[in-house]
Design a protein around this ligand. Structure first.
Ligand code: NAD
Length: 335
C-alpha cells in the first residue's frame, strides 16, 4: 500500500479545511496551518511532498528555494491568479506548480455586480439608517443601470460572465482585451480601444490579470481620461490600481463611486480579524473615510459552488503533480 501524500496547506481558513476534506479521497493527509507562506514559515512544510497556497502567499524565488530545501516538489494554488508565483524560478528548481484556472466565474461576476448595485443604490448606508430608525431618503439617490454604459477591461471567464449579467440590465457594454473573444459576449457588448472605453463608460470594471504590463493600469493619466463621477470597480487584483492616484481622484470627484474587493497591500490585512488592533496602513485608512467607497476583503470568490470546485480541482492537481503525471492546469514560464 502506498503511503498517503502529505500536503501542507498555508493560509488555511476554516472553510478551506472543510471544503478540502470534503473533496479528499483516501491518499491525502492535510497539514493545515493558518500562517501565510513566506521565508519564515517555509519550514512548516517539512515532511510534506507539496504545499497548497492562496492569493497572498509568497512564492518568490527565495521562498521557493526554501521549500525545495524541505523537499517540496509541487505547489497547488487554490486560486486562478498566479501573480504571486515566480514561475521561472519554480521551473528551474524543478517544483511543479498548478492553479485552478476556472471555478465558477459567475461567483466573482455576481459579487462585482453586487458592488455596483450596492454603491449605486447606497444599500450600505440604507442598511445602517433603517437599523437606526432613520427613514430619511436624503442622499440615497442612485441612477438606472438600464441605458448606461459599462466598460469591462478583460473579457476572459469573469469579464464575460459580468457582461452576460449586465446585458440583462439593459446596459451598453464596451470591452477591451488584447485577446478578444467575441463569441463569449452578449449582443450588447462590443470591443473598443481603451481610450474610448475610458471616455464613454459610466462604470468601469477590471477583469484582467495583474502582470508587469497591467500594473497600475488605473493611474493619474488613465483616470484623467474617464468621465467625471465614474464608478470604478476592482474585483481582480489590487496592483491594477495606483491607490494614491485613486484617492486624489476621489477627492476631486473624478471618481464618484469606488468598489474594491482587492487592495494593493491586502496581504497585511485581508483574511484576518484585526478588529482589536490599530491599522497602520494610512492609505487604506484614508480609503475608508470616503462615504462613496465600498471595500470587501477579497471575498468575490466565496460561494459554495466556487469552494467546491476549487477543492476538487486542487485535489486532482496535487494527485497529478505528485505522481509525475501530466496536468493541464500546470503553469510553466512558457505559458
Ligand atoms: P481569464 O484568464 O479567463 O481572463 C483574463 C482576460 O484578461 C484574458 O482574456 C486576457 O486576454 C485579458 N487581459 C490580459 N491582460 C490584459 C490587459 N492588460 N488589459 C485587458 N485585458 C487583459 O481570467 P479570469 O478567470 O476572468 O480572472 C480574471 C482575474 O480575476 C484573475 O486574473 C484574478 O486576478 C481575478 N480573480 C479575482 C477573484 C476574487 O475573489 N476577487 C477570484 C478569481 C479571480
Amino acid at each position: 500500500m502506498t503511503s498517503p501524500l502529505q500536503i501542507t496547506v498555508y493560509s488555511t481558513q476554516p472553510y478551506d479545511a472543510d471544503f478540502l476534506r470534503q473533496a479528499t479521497p483516501s491518499g491525502i493527509h492535510w497539514h493545515f496551518v493558518g500562517e501565510a507562506l513566506n521565508l519564515q514559515t517555509a519550514s512548516l512544510a517539512a515532511g510534506s511532498q507539496a504545499v497548497c497556497v492562496f492569493v497572498n502567499d509568497d512564492l518568490s524565488a527565495p521562498v521557493l528555494a526554501a521549500l525545495k530545501q524541505q523537499s517540496i516538489s509541487a505547489v497547488a494554488l487554490r486560486c486562478a491568479g498566479f501573480n504571486n508565483v515566480d514561475i521561472q524560478a519554480a521551473n528551474q528548481l524543478g517544483i511543479r506548480v498548478a492553479r485552478v484556472p476556472a471555478y465558477s466565474p459567475e461567483a466573482v461576476a455576481e459579487h462585482c455586480v453586487a458592488m455596483m448595485l450596492c454603491l449605486n443604490r447606497k444599500l450600505h448606508k440604507a442598511y445602517n439608517r433603517v437599523r437606526d430608525d432613520n427613514f430619511s431618503l436624503q442622499g440615497l439617490i442612485g441612477f438606472n443601470l438600464a441605458g448606461k454604459t459599462v466598460g469591462l477591461i478583460g473579457t476572459g471567464r469573469i469579464g464575460a460572465a459580468t457582461a452576460r449579467i449586465l446585458h440583462g440590465f439593459g446596459m451598453h457594454i464596451l470591452c477591451y482585451d488584447p485577446l478578444p473573444q467575441p463569441e463569449l459576449l452578449p449582443p450588447s457588448a462590443r470591443y473598443v480601444e481603451l481610450a474610448q472605453l475610458y471616455r464613454d463608460s459610466d462604470i468601469i470594471s477590471l477583469h484582467c490579470p495583474l502582470t508587469p504590463d497591467s500594473h497600475h493600469l488605473i493611474n493619474a493619466a488613465s483616470l484623467a481620461q474617464m468621465k467625471n463621477g465614474v464608478m470604478l470597480i476592482n474585483t481582480s487584483r489590487g496592483g491594477l490600481i495606483d491607490t494614491k492616484a485613486v484617492i486624489t481622484a476621489l477627492k476631486s470627484h473624478k471618481i464618484g463611486l469606488l468598489g474594491l474587493d482587492v487592495y494593493e497591500q491586502e496581504a497585511d490585512l485581508f483574511f484576518k480579524d484585526l478588529s482589536d488592533q490599530m491599522i497602520s496602513d494610512e492609505v487604506f485608512q484614508r480609503l475608508l473615510t470616503f462615504p462613496n467607497v465600498l471595500i470587501t476583503g477579497h471575498q468575490a470568490f466565496l460561494t459554495q459552488e466556487a469552494l467546491t470546485q476549487i477543492s476538487q480541482t486542487t485535489v486532482q492537481n496535487l494527485q497529478l503533480l505528485c505522481t509525475g503525471a501530466a496536468c493541464r492546469n500546470e503553469l510553466t514560464s512558457r505559458k
